[in-house]
Write a protein that binds this ligand. Structure first.
Ligand SMILES: *[C@@H]1O[C@H](CO)[C@@H](O)[C@H](O)[C@H]1NC(C)=O
Ligand SMILES: *[C@@H]1O[C@H](CO)[C@@H](O)[C@H](O)[C@H]1NC(C)=O
Ligand SMILES: *[C@@H]1O[C@H](CO)[C@@H](O)[C@H](O)[C@H]1NC(C)=O
Ligand SMILES: *[C@@H]1O[C@H](CO)[C@@H](O)[C@H](O)[C@H]1NC(C)=O
Ligand SMILES: *[C@@H]1O[C@H](CO)[C@@H](O)[C@H](O)[C@H]1NC(C)=O
Length: 507
């Protein structure tokens, strides 16, 4: 016993694992909060126009990641990567899960909730699930759109607070838990429930016909007050759209406050790792469904009661939503199992973020992979962002970039279409023509060119950078068994030794 302890201590000294600093016996839980299509509309990320006091309070207890990215800019695929640590092309969730889109992860995927359940950790989900099949994503406690109204479990913050209370009430003292609260705010809803406004910002505000959410004090903004990011046209239509989005953000922010209050009142504040992020870029032009910065950059707060040394600090390290599964497994000290999907061995390419809670880390590379959003939106892209450079590979670059339904009917995009058709100024940073038709390779220096407007892929001076990024991207694609690794000019011959066989199609 004494010897075992001695070696444990030695191991800790040498490995310097975050866990060893505080010892093994402490109870540990996880609360993962994911917003729906949220971006940087918070003072935490220097948007002073919007009031988000609860996110600010959480940030004071967190490391604030300034360079966090999703690996895929689409809802179900992103949620599948959060809950598996595997990119969409590896876990099989190529596009949206619901209705006719019907994408699902492969049956053999060992997801985070599955692995946690096997380790006797109690799992719960409240809000938007949007992944399947059920056997791959099992939760002990589930209140989701699968058997409730998504408005209630995803936007009614009083209901969400009560569900969190229900989950925590029956929590046994010694059994750890993982609770995933997936808000549906601030997603658009004008396409499905136009009566509540473009962002459902009127749902539950107490006006006639809107119902009331008792715990919500709606915040109102005028179009003049909003901050228009560079990738959104600065037009009255877009400003009104953003003002509606901000009101919905106020519901998200107050909802986060309620969830954290429930956690505190149930006595779990000091042993629960809290992670806040979002699934993909905001639903505006150049945002969601794109692998540009504006489609992939995410807010990310990681709050550990055991790692207070960096509370309130910012990290510049590049981190990915693919890191969430490894982080949570590390927190619970659960190893990732060795297994295959088909014949391919599975390994996580993300990493635990816990070391970044102790000291700044030199991480500077993230990868991304997108295949579809809606079932009709086949537009495979692969990307790598390293230091200042982002490289995007558009495999089907001769096709026009596809547009999804709720974004299509949004006031911002309708106005952009109308202005383009009428030959009027769009006040946008690119043309629709440029947006639809992309080069096969796009290389941007995001420090010199933060709006990603100057493609350097054919600039000879950037040849070595291009080659190096292409090689790293390809290596990651092979490591993650990407079926698209040979496209668009070759076919993957997967039998025996996998290799790319040329098509001679002129690409
Ligand atoms: C907010 O702005 C300040 C001042 O420019 C900067 O130092 C800080 O890094 C910014 N924070 C974030 C999260 O962007
Ligand atoms: C949803 O399912 C859970 C069990 O998985 C059940 O306890 C709950 O009552 C269901 N809710 C509705 C509205 O059917
Ligand atoms: C929100 O949920 C609470 C508690 O279940 C309920 O009383 C209230 O009517 C709901 N509000 C709306 C707008 O559905
Ligand atoms: C959590 O820790 C803080 C500071 O150490 C303390 O003030 C608070 O009472 C603790 N909360 C619980 C529920 O133990
Ligand atoms: C489109 O623009 C015309 C003026 O060019 C305007 O009359 C019309 O209302 C606009 N439609 C929309 C949907 O914005």
């Amino acid at each position: 016993m004494a010897f075992a302890n001695f070696f444990l201590v030695l191991g800790c000294v040498f490995i310097l694992s975050s866990r060893c600093i505080f010892g093994q016996s402490k109870r540990r839980n996880v609360l993962l909060i994911i917003a729906d299509d949220a971006g940087f509309e918070t003072e935490v990320y220097n948007n002073s126009a919007v009031r988000t006091p609860h996110l600010r309070a959480l940030a004071r207890r967190s490391v604030i990641f300034r360079n966090a990215f999703t690996s895929v800019s689409s809802c179900s695929p992103s949620r599948s990567t959060i809950l598996t640590g595997l990119p969409q092309h590896q876990n099989g969730m190529y596009g949206l899960h619901q209705d006719i889109h019907h994408f699902s992860s492969f049956d053999g995927v060992r997801s985070l909730p599955l692995l946690l359940g096997q380790a006797n950790i109690r799992t719960g989900i409240i809000g938007k699930k949007h992944v399947g099949p059920g056997e791959v994503y099992p939760f002990d406690f589930a209140r989701t759109e699968e058997n409730s109204s998504v408005l209630q479990v995803g936007r009614n913050i009083t209901r969400i607070r009560l569900l969190v209370r229900d989950f925590l009430r029956v929590q046994e003292a010694q059994r750890p838990f993982f609770l995933y609260v997936a808000f549906h705010d601030p997603h658009r809803c004008g396409h499905s429930q136009p009566q509540y406004g473009p962002f459902c910002e009127k749902f539950g505000n107490g006006e006639a016909g809107m119902g009331r959410i008792p715990d919500w004090t709606p915040q109102h903004y005028t179009p003049e007050q909003v901050k228009v990011p560079y990738f959104i046209p600065d037009t009255p239509a877009a400003r009104a759209d953003l003002a509606a989005q901000y009101t919905t953000i106020s519901r998200l922010d107050q909802g986060i406050g309620l969830v954290l209050q429930e956690l505190r009142e149930a006595g779990f504040e000091n042993d629960t790792l809290v992670i806040y992020s979002s699934d993909n870029g905001i639903p505006f032009p150049n945002g969601r469904t794109n692998l540009y910065w504006s489609g992939t950059a995410e807010p990310m707060l990681v709050s550990s009661p055991e790692h207070r040394q960096r509370w309130g600090q910012e990290s510049q390290a590049y981190v990915s939503l693919l890191d969430i599964t490894p982080t949570i497994l590390d927190w619970f000290n659960i190893p990732y199992p060795a297994y295959n999907l088909g014949k391919q061995p599975v390994q996580l390419t993300g990493r635990s973020l816990l070391p970044a809670l102790i000291s700044e880390q030199p991480w500077s590379t993230v990868f991304a992979s997108q295949s579809l959003h809606e079932v009709t939106m086949y537009y495979p892209m692969r990307a790598v962002h390293q230091g200042p450079y982002r490289l995007v590979h558009n495999l089907n670059y001769k096709m026009p970039f596809p547009i999804d339904q709720d974004f299509y009917v949004s006031p911002t995009f309708q106005d952009l279409l109308n202005r383009t058709q009428g030959g009027r100024p769009t006040a946008w940073f690119k043309t629709l023509q440029e947006y639809y038709y992309r080069d096969r390779w796009e290389l941007y220096d995001t420090r010199a060119d933060p709006t990603e407007s100057r493609n350097l892929a054919s600039d000879p001076a950037h040849g070595p950078v291009l080659e190096s990024l292409r090689a790293q991207l390809r290596k990651w694609q092979w490591a993650t068994s990407d079926p698209w690794v040979c496209g668009p000019d070759a076919v993957l011959e997967a039998k025996l030794t996998p290799q790319c066989r040329p098509l001679f199609n002129g690409l």
